[in-house]
Design a protein around this ligand. Structure first.
Ligand SMILES: NC(=O)c1ccc[n+]([C@@H]2O[C@H](COP(=O)([O-])OP(=O)(O)OC[C@H]3O[C@@H](n4cnc5c(N)ncnc54)[C@H](OP(=O)(O)O)[C@@H]3O)[C@@H](O)[C@H]2O)c1
Length: 333
């Protein structure tokens, strides 16, 4: 089978591998579609812990179960499924274990034609989604779901700010918050993304690169009860300024690095919470899928391309000009 690995000198390379054989507790899946996350590009750039040459990349995929191991219910056979990319979350639902990681580094991932996986890690694809659209969901959907609901405690009618809505996780946070009935506002550096977001239901869209955006956002929204962010850096202080008293800021990434001068005075006086978040536990994977089913959420897809063009999707991720997920179809493989 064909697989995309990280090779020497941060090169991406297609290799041929044996089709794996499922162990007793596993299923063999024919991959139908995969989707990129920024971590895949970070790995390509050598900016991720635990990189090892020869690893098959990729954390998001949909597929069809071809074979079930001896201890797996054969009812799974022929089902269209999504794969939970968590490895070793562990017993504590509040935090991942010390040997937690995500499929695609350090262990082999899903950018390949066939995979064997623990049957506990699969769930039926939401019926309203195509195989391509469903592949966009797992990692981004899980991360957004935990940030927004577990930590963010997002409520109907609250004012919520999703920063950098062009991001793969941010788009899900945006859609999930809209489905909850919150008043959702977004930021984006890209005018097209701001326009699309308002068309999709955002009450306001601001350019975080404009020097005036904080004032504009405050005057338009009146302030926010919750902000979901992955940039961190000095921008956290802008979010702190924009929070209503007792507001919550949840961040799941730090693309802009450390915050050098955290506005601690405004934080304590206004009783602001700053909460870190990462991926989601195995139960939340299923809860997220149930939420997507119930609200018939359709992931925003930037583009779908064939497997042999996957490297152009990495290039697009690097340029950051996509709005929505970069999906790769293996349906014709
Ligand atoms: N903790 C976890 O489990 C977890 C899971 C997934 C991702 N992450 C992390 O979260 C970050 C985003 O990941 P992703 O896959 O969503 O990446 P992505 O799809 O490449 O999105 C990145 C987005 O960040 C936005 N951005 C850039 N600079 C910004 C700033 N100064 N203020 C606000 N937004 C800014 C941009 O939005 P616009 O284009 O709209 O301007 C950009 O599209 C990465 O650091 C990633 O490692 C963490």
């Amino acid at each position: 089978m064909k697989a995309l690995i990280i090779a020497d000198n941060n090169q991406l390379e297609f290799v041929d591998k044996e089709i794996p054989i499922p162990k007793d507790h596993e299923v063999l899946i024919k991959i139908n579609a995969v989707a990129l996350n920024h971590r895949d590009q970070f790995i390509r750039e050598g900016k991720y812990p635990g990189i090892s040459v020869g690893t098959i990349l990729g954390s998001d995929a949909s597929g069809t179960v071809l074979e079930t191991g001896k201890n797996v219910d054969s009812v799974w056979k022929s089902k269209e499924v999504l794969i939970n990319p968590n490895v070793n979350w562990g017993e504590n639902s509040k935090v991942q274990s010390s040997n937690y990681h995500i499929l695609g580094t350090p262990s082999d991932g899903l950018f390949c034609e066939y995979v064997t996986i623990d049957a506990q890690k699969i769930a039926e694809k939401p019926a309203h989604l195509s195989l391509e659209n469903a592949a966009a969901l797992p990692l981004g959907g899980m991360t957004a779901f935990r940030a927004l609901f577990h930590h963010g405690r997002c409520q109907k009618g609250e004012n919520i700010l999703i920063s950098g809505v062009g991001g793969g996780v941010a788009q899900f946070a945006f859609q999930f918050a809209l489905a909850k009935g919150a008043n959702v506002y977004v930021t984006s550096s890209d005018e097209t993304k701001r326009t699309k977001s308002t068309e999709l239901g955002a009450k306001g869209a601001f350019n975080y690169k404009d020097s005036n955006w904080v004032k504009e956002a405050k005057s338009k929204s009146g302030g926010f009860d919750l902000a979901i962010d992955s940039a961190a850096g000095e921008g956290i202080n802008d979010l702190i300024k924009l929070m209503n008293p007792a507001g919550r800021i949840v961040f799941y990434g730090a693309t802009q690095g450390k915050t050098q001068n955290l506005d601690v005075h405004r934080m304590f006086w206004n009783q602001i919470t700053l909460q870190g978040s990462t991926m989601a536990n195995d139960d939340e994977f299923k809860e997220m899928l149930a939420y997507v089913r119930k609200n018939r959420i359709e992931p925003i897809i930037d583009s779908v391309r064939p497997f042999n063009e996957i490297i152009t999707a990495f290039d697009k991720m690097k340029a950051g000009d996509q709005f929505g997920k970069l999906v790769i179809s293996l349906l014709s493989n």
